[in-house]
Design a protein around this ligand. Structure first.
Ligand code: SF4
Length: 253
């Protein structure tokens, strides 16, 4: 499902409440440094489209207009959330846009959070890391600390991306981050995947011990994924993993 606008929603999010989306990637295609098998925006093979990415000015104009409209209508808003058709930190003006969004939030909805959903692949860049430190919810993906699983589930575009690189990026926030893990089973290109096994959870706990996130979010597939060979992990199985993560001293949602 491609988002066709730079500012979309608000939508109701289980974790964020009423959330207004900001899509820094094209409105007619997808651009991401991962190509996750469960991506709600679809697979990278659909292409990047023709529109290109929105300028900083276009994002500011669209968000300003939408926030004013929502405020005048008396709507509540809990979060302004960077998400959409790919990885927001790939935008070359990401930091300046984050600063604009924080200023607009302060003007229209000072109690709303600014949230970024990122795969952390660009977080080694100083300007991206600095921008992620500014936001209220720096939500970073870590689906697996096992190289084979990350390769099959997240399918990084660059060969340089592996669990060590991602974990190092997450660690650099010194706890100022939320780790988000999508739990799933099934197969990808005929290869079995399951990031709920004891070995996977052990590796995840080792990674969390060095990242020390302020929160861990565990979830499973919510909408129909692009691949029909994936299975939803049951609430009971998610809770069993959550119990292990809590026992290791982490807050879990
Ligand atoms: S990192 Fe996010 S946007 Fe990119 S492919 Fe994965 S789920 Fe989709």
């Amino acid at each position: 499902m491609i988002f066709h606008e730079t500012v979309f929603g608000p939508i109701h999010s289980r974790r964020l409440g009423t959330s207004l989306g900001v899509n820094l990637m094209p409105n007619d295609g997808k651009v991401c440094s991962f190509d996750c098998v469960y991506c709600e925006a679809g697979l990278n093979s659909q292409g990047a489209g023709r529109d290109g990415i929105p300028s900083r000015h276009a994002v500011h104009r669209a968000l300003d207009a939408r926030l004013r409209q929502l405020q005048e209508a008396g709507e509540t808003l809990n979060s302004i959330t960077f998400s959409g058709n790919g990885e927001p930190t790939l935008h070359p003006d990401f930091k300046a846009i984050v600063e604009d969004v924080i200023r607009l939030r302060d003007r229209y909805y000072p109690t709303a959070a600014v949230t970024v959903l990122s795969n952390a692949t660009m977080a080694h860049k100083s300007d991206v890391a600095a921008a992620l430190r500014l936001v209220d919810n720096n939500v970073l993906k870590l689906d697996s600390a096992v190289a084979r699983t990350l390769r099959l589930v997240n399918r990084p575009v660059s060969h340089d991306i592996n669990p060590e690189a991602i974990i190092n990026n997450l660690k650099s926030f010194a706890g100022q981050c939320i780790v988000q893990t999508m739990l799933l089973r099934g197969s990808v290109d005929g290869e079995p995947i399951d990031n709920t096994t004891a070995e996977e959870v052990d590796a995840l706990l080792e990674a969390l011990a060095v990242i020390k996130p302020r929160l861990v979010q565990l979830y499973s597939i919510d909408r129909r994924p692009p691949l029909d060979t994936l299975q939803v992990v049951s609430r009971d199985d998610i809770e069993a993993i959550a119990a292990r993560v809590r026992a290791a001293g982490h807050a879990v949602q």
